[in-house]
Design a protein around this ligand. Structure first.
Ligand code: ZN
Length: 340
């Protein structure tokens, strides 16, 4: 019980990519060297999690430059040369986004090899993450569909093909990252959840959705400052997720102003990945702080439903900070486990 896990991304070593930045360029130009560096970084990320005591590990997203654009690079119908600077997450910040120029489709497997590599290097349960359909749509310029739900469904089909292969390659958990679910609240109960359901159709392994308030970058911190004393975004979307086909919901609680009782809106039907590590601070939590978040979550759902987790990915953090936080997460969960 109280198995610990991570949201997804972990810091990249300097020999792979520039540390502590998003969209960091790769250190190696030579494709062979880059491939080797990615593999080394995945083994290290897995080992770091195992040493910290994390139960369900990920590849730390070491093989992708960004959590959304990594998968898009291998999808037809997207022009990466033609990047447009657009406002994303309801204009919270601007990003140079590739453009959808024709029907999107997969030309072949994208992540299966990465999963097989990670699978071969750990005996722990393995999680693999992909961006969710709504978040993909929100991180792209579109010159073809002009219809966000339709584009989301097209990506959901692609994600579903990927998910089936990722499961076959040995992943135990497939997680879709949907920070956009905290932005387009009205779209979640309609096409947001519908697209997720399509993405997990026929997938037998555990499925998860991660919904957060973002990395600890300035644009997100500024946005959070505008959200008031009580963050009520989850309150509006969790009932729809309770009725979805997704098994687990990953939420942000540490250092946030989310009332923890929102967990009850999942009605005991879903596992909750309880964010007990704040990814916006440079200091590791104490095990006691982690334990306190888990204990408060326990007041709103059964212990077998709780998986202590980080609030979000940790790629922008220094490696030493990330490692300290992973250790605190495992130690905090152990404290509460001993009380059960
Ligand atoms: Zn996140």
């Amino acid at each position: 019980m109280l198995k610990t896990t991570v949201t997804g991304s972990l810091p990249k070593p300097a020999w792979l990519a520039q540390p502590e930045v998003l969209w960091a360029p790769w250190a190696a130009d030579d494709p062979g060297q880059l491939e080797e560096a990615k593999h080394d970084a995945v083994r290290l990320a897995i080992r770091d999690q195992e040493e910290a005591g994390i139960d369900i590990v990920s590849d730390g997203e070491q093989s992708r430059q960004h959590f959304v654009h990594g998968i898009l690079e291998k999808i037809e119908g997207i022009d990466f040369e033609n990047k447009q600077r657009i406002g994303i997450r309801d204009d919270r910040y601007e990003a140079d986004c590739p453009t959808v120029v024709s029907e999107v489709k997969r030309s072949g497997p994208i992540h299966a090899n990465e999963v097989a590599f990670a699978r071969a290097h750990t005996d722990h349960d393995l999680k693999f993450t992909m961006p969710g359909p709504m978040t993909i749509v929100d991180t792209l310029a579109d010159a073809h569909y002009d219809d966000r739900p339709a584009l989301a469904m097209a990506f959901a089909d692609i994600l579903n093909q990927e998910a089936r292969e990722i499961e076959a390659a040995g992943a135990n958990v497939i997680q879709f990252d949907e920070p956009a679910f905290n932005v387009y609240l009205d779209a979640v109960p309609t096409w947001g959840v519908e697209a997720l359901n399509r993405a997990v159709e026929g997938v037998a392994c555990t499925t998860a959705v991660h919904i957060c308030y973002g990395y600890g970058i300035k644009a997100n911190l500024d946005w959070k400052a505008t959200l008031g004393a009580v963050w009520d975004q989850y309150e509006k979307t969790l009932p729809a997720l309770a009725a979805s086909n997704i098994d687990q919901v990953s939420l942000e609680f540490a250092g946030s102003r989310v009332p923890i009782e929102v967990i009850a809106l999942l009605d005991g039907k879903k596992d909750v990945l309880v964010g007990a590590i704040d990814v916006t601070t440079l200091e590791a939590e104490t095990p006691g702080q982690v334990a306190a978040v888990i204990r408060s979550a326990l007041e709103h759902t059964a212990p077998e439903r709780i998986f202590p987790c980080t609030n979000c990915g940790m790629v922008p953090l220094p490696r030493s900070v990330s490692q300290g936080k992973l250790k605190a997460l495992a130690a905090g969960a152990a404290l509460v486990r001993a009380e059960l």
